[in-house]
Structure formats: C-alpha cells, structure tokens
Design a protein around this ligand. Structure first.
Ligand SMILES: Cc1cc2nc3c(=O)[nH]c(=O)nc-3n(C[C@H](O)[C@H](O)[C@H](O)COP(=O)(O)O)c2cc1C
Length: 211
C-alpha cells in the first residue's frame, strides 16, 4: 500500500455481464474511497464448441476479455484486498473463478496473503437461486489463504432492500438477462467503499507489525 492508497484486486468471472456490473460498481466505490483497483476476468475453461451452445457467450467473452486482463498470481501478491465475484452455478461459485483460486497455492504455502482483506459477491438467475451459498462457498478459500473476510453486513440502509449481509448480489432472471438494479448497485458501491476503509486500516496494522 502506498501513501494510504489500498490496492484492491477484483477477480471475477461473468458470462452474461451481471457479475461484471456489480464488479464495476465495487470498483467505483473503492476508487471513490481512495483505492487503486485492478479488475480482472477469469477466462473460460471450455472451447467454442461448448460456448456456442449459449447464445451471446462467445461475443460477451470477447468483449470482456478485451476490457479485462486475466487474473494472475502476481495480481494476488500485489493487492491488499482480494474481492471475488462469480455467478452462481448450481448453488456454488463458477469453476472459472475457482480455477484461478487454485493457482494461488504458492502464495498460500508462503503465507503471502495472510491478513489481506477478502470479500465476495455473486449473481444468480432468481432470488433464492443460491447467491448466498455461492458467496459463502468462497469464504472457506478466503480463510485458508489467511485473508480477513469483510462482509457487507447491514452497514448501509440499502441492505434492507437488496444484496446480502455477506456481499453484493443481483438477479439476472435467466433469459431476460436483467442488469443489476439501482439498489443492487448501491450495495456493491457500499461494499467497495467498505473494503477500501477496512483495507486501509488493516494495511497500516500490517505495516506496523512488520516494523
Ligand atoms: C451451469 C449453470 C448453472 C447455474 N446455476 C444457477 C443456480 O443454481 N441458481 C440460479 O439462480 N441461477 C443459476 N444459473 C444462472 C446464473 O447464475 C445467472 O444467470 C447469473 O446472473 C449469471 O451471471 P453473469 O451474467 O455475470 O454471467 C446457472 C447458470 C449456469 C450456466
């Protein structure tokens, strides 16, 4: 962290753009609170023969891959806070994001991520479709890596209308492909602001402990 400017990595996967929308708003919230943000999109694990079965997948992936680099081990080492976003896949996080997390073993074994901030968010098709289990399914990985998990709680009144106390969320309603609502985005922005605040405090603690 340089001069009180926390470094925030937002590593996400998105196929249809809903998680991407939340990711961008988390980035905006963190940035307006003084953070430096890297947004990174995990890449597909399947080839075009599978992607072409879902209309728009190939085009969306091409657009997002032009906008965001793939997350790397170096990104995780660089950051003070790692924010993970994934669509719900049968109640858990998309494997594209999980594949990235499984590249971080060398950082785990050397304790390089200890006491950084971790946070998570998700999107599902329908309410009760598993967005909370998805976010919670990412918590054990954050814990194994030694990150300090920062949830949204009910730290802003908008949490009583949208999102979850674990992290931002949105519902795309399958074929309708709805974008996040204003309230969904407000929760995401709050999450970004909170991450910047907590990361700043924690990074100062880490620096003091390091002497
Ligand atoms: C293989 C697969 C499994 C899914 N499982 C769920 C699910 O368990 N619950 C749900 O509500 N939506 C489920 N969905 C829908 C996505 O979670 C939803 O469309 C999400 O908003 C996509 O985010 P994105 O637009 O960022 O890709 C699934 C989609 C796919 C392709």
């Amino acid at each position: 962290m340089t001069a009180n400017k926390p470094k925030v990595l937002i590593a996400f996967y998105s196929r249809g753009g809903t998680v991407e929308g939340l990711a961008r708003e988390i980035a905006a919230g963190a940035t307006e609170n003084g953070a430096e943000v890297r947004m990174r999109r995990a890449r597909e694990l399947v080839g075009e023969e599978v992607m072409k079965l879902a209309p728009g997948w190939i085009e969306n992936a091409a657009r997002m891959n032009a906008d965001y680099e793939a997350p790397t081990v170096a990104d995780a080492e660089w950051c003070d806070a790692m924010v993970l976003g994934a669509p719900t896949r049968f109640g858990a996080a998309a494997s594209e994001l999980r594949a990235y997390l499984e590249t971080l073993g060398a950082l785990w074994v050397t304790r390089k991520l200890m006491n950084k901030v971790g946070s998570a968010f998700s999107s599902s098709s329908v309410p009760h479709g598993g967005v909370e289990t998805t976010i919670l399914s990412l918590y054990p990985t954050l814990a194994h890596l030694g990150l300090v998990i920062v949830p949204t709680g009910y730290g802003d009144d908008v949490l009583f209308s949208a999102g979850t106390p674990y992290g931002a969320s949105a519902n795309s309603y399958a074929a309708k492909k709805l974008p996040p609502t204003e309230n969904d985005l407000a929760v995401a922005r709050y999450q970004g602001r909170r991450i910047a605040d907590v990361t700043r405090a924690l990074a100062q603690m880490r620096a003091a402990a390091a002497g």
